[in-house]
Design a protein around this ligand. Structure first.
Ligand code: GUN
Length: 290
């Protein structure tokens, strides 16, 4: 049986369109557009691509985009000073500091500096704590986008066995909290987990967020499982090719013979991240106006 291909790109396009409509309405009522500030330190090419596409998507959704670039050798004080300025700026509803930061900077200290009301990445201790307590707040974009796709397929997730592979603060941990809040039975697996294939064979939902190309194999999956592949990995180029192929953390071809539904890479979870970022910015803007 061939799995349903979960079209995150189409879902994200719909979400962006809805956000754009509400953002236009917000601008009319508030007399200003909602605003997202993105901070990029250094010149990592992948981060530059992400930041550029975030900026374009923000403007297309009827919001203001403020881009701030600091050199690779920026100091902790400079970066925290910029965050303070953005916290105090009433035109800025959301602040995202693109990660990873250069190694000499203290990432958590920078994130902790972001005003929780503007924490559209959902990474501050306040946002993380509220999520753990089951209180409403701003939730990290990739896990929330993944949850939207799961709810679109299943509606009610309660009682389902979910295995999240990966324990990062950006994806694994918040994903597990969101699934728990939906009354799933949640297991978090990671690099030290001993019996991963066995664990996965009991999972109705698998979320893979480890950054290891095609690690999850078809014979690890329960037939009919729903698979959300958060990984984006570039394989080494084939002879004669300039760039390697993009693959997820799941061996898509073989897994789609066993799974009930699966996200492709690219075109699955990836496009959801920016769409949810825009949604979070608009939610923050409404709260900041009230
Ligand atoms: N780098 C890769 N993904 C993300 C994200 O969702 N937020 C931030 N701040 N940095 C990232």
């Amino acid at each position: 049986m061939s799995a349903r291909r979960i079209d995150g790109k189409a879902f994200a396009a719909g979400l962006r369109e809805r956000v754009g409509t509400i953002a236009a309405d917000f601008a009319g009522k508030a007399g200003r557009k909602a605003g997202l500030a993105v901070v990029l330190v250094g010149d990592d090419p992948a981060s530059q691509v992400y930041v550029r596409s975030k900026g374009k998507a923000t403007v297309a959704a009827n919001m203001n985009s403020f881009e701030h670039r600091l050199p690779t050798d920026a100091t902790q004080e400079q970066l925290e000073g910029l965050v303070d300025t953005l916290n105090a700026n009433p035109e800025v509803d959301g602040i995202l500091v693109q990660l990873p930061l250069p190694a000499h900077l203290n990432e958590q200290a920078v994130v902790d500096r972001i005003a929780p009301a503007k924490d559209v990445d959902g990474l501050t201790p306040v946002s993380t704590g509220r999520l753990a307590l089951g209180l409403d707040g701003l939730v990290p974009c990739t896990p929330l986008g993944s949850l939207m796709l799961l709810k679109d397929i299943h509606g009610d997730l309660s009682g389902m066995n979910a295995v999240v592979i990966g324990r990062s603060i950006l994806v694994g941990k918040p994903m597990a909290q969101l699934l728990l809040a939906e009354s799933c039975t949640v297991t978090i697996a990671h690099s030290r987990t001993k019996n991963l294939p066995e664990l996965l064979r009991g999972a109705d939902i698998v979320v893979a967020a480890v950054g290891r190309p095609e690690m999850v194999r078809a014979d690890w999956l329960k037939p009919g499982a729903t698979v959300i592949d958060v990984g984006i990995n570039r394989l080494p180029p084939e002879p004669g090719a300039e760039k390697g192929k993009l693959v997820g953390d799941v061996a898509y071809g073989e897994a789609s013979e066993v799974a009930g539904a699966i996200t492709p890479v690219p075109g699955g979870v990836g496009p959801m991240t920016i769409a949810v970022l825009l949604r979070n910015t608009l939610v923050a803007a409404h709260r900041n106006e009230n």
